[in-house]
Ligand binder design. Structure first.
Ligand code: IPE
Ligand code: IPE
Ligand code: MG
Length: 257
């Protein structure tokens, strides 16, 4: 658990809209391998412990009445890891889909997948589609799993589909607005994240939600993902609430007019 920096403790002004509980929290769940290495364990042990932290974070999100939780579980660049690690990760994913889905469905959680899942084996693709279909009417929490996901790839597939729709005369170049572009992204009907959290001390996005992150509050903590607990979650929400979101506007304007 890392204390917020001094800046994070300073409330600059209460004149703009003070942040409330974030509606959409997106998490870059990083640090599994370092957690395992520090214990002399194989990397898979870190990923298994990371899966337990996923379960905890879903519980915290529900407790806090967060409406959208997006978890970066496997990036398009993670395909570069060894075949053994990729197979361990996909194996874990299959295992947890089977063991957790009923419970998540009972909790009224909708599961969404973003990313290029055609790179996974057909069985896993079928399981992922089935889970999305089963939970499609649930609305307590939308849990989006970013799998084989990369922000640049997501933008490119959007551009290709827009070009095709232009060729098919379904749209005109003048129709291309930010909203239209966003509707071609995997996240089409998901609001932009209010908060992007990364664990493990790294301060980078690693190709996560590049378009959608435009005005997200970014919070980086040193905790390794398998250690992520309720205290971390509370602290992160607290840092977020103390932030002042400006969206490019002038703070305090409404006081002077
Ligand atoms: C995050 O843990 C999980 C994935 C990227 C799949 P890492 O395996 O990246 O762990 P570190 O960052 O090397 O410790
Ligand atoms: C980002 O973590 C991807 C996920 C957490 C799924 P990485 O560990 O792959 O990112 P880098 O390599 O440190 O940027
Ligand atoms: Mg990592």
């Amino acid at each position: 658990m890392v204390l917020p920096t001094v800046h994070d403790n300073v409330k600059i002004s209460s004149t703009m809209d003070d942040c409330e509980i974030p509606q959409h929290v997106a998490i870059i769940m990083d640090g599994n391998s370092r957690w395992a290495t520090a214990r002399g364990l194989p990397r898979i042990a870190g990923h298994r412990a990371g899966a337990q932290a996923v379960k905890r974070s879903i519980e915290f999100a529900i407790e806090k009445q967060i409406k959208w939780l997006t978890l970066y579980a496997f990036s398009s660049e993670n395909w570069q890891r060894t075949p053994e690690e990729v197979s361990d990760l996909t194996g874990l994913l299959k295992f947890y889909l089977k063991s957790e889905v009923k419970k998540l469905h009972k909790q009224n959680i909708r599961i969404r997948i973003i990313g290029d899942i055609t790179r996974f084996d057909q069985n896993l693709q079928n399981d992922l589609h089935a889970v999305e279909y089963l939970t499609k009417n649930n609305d307590a929490l939308v849990l989006t799993l970013a799998l084989s996901y990369g922000g640049r790839g997501e933008v490119i597939q959007a551009v290709k589909r827009i070009c095709q729709d232009r060729v098919d005369k379904l749209l005109d170049s003048r129709d291309i607005t930010e909203d239209l572009f966003a509707s071609y992204l995997f996240t089409a009907d998901i609001p932009d994240p209010d908060l992007i959290l990364r664990t493990s001390g790294e301060s980078r996005l690693s190709n996560f939600l590049l378009w959608q992150a435009a005005y997200a509050e970014l919070i980086f903590i040193d905790t390794l993902w398998p250690d992520f607990d309720k205290e971390d979650f509370d602290r992160v929400i607290d840092i977020y609430i103390r932030r002042e979101r400006r969206f490019g506007a002038r703070p305090g304007l409404e006081d002077s007019e």
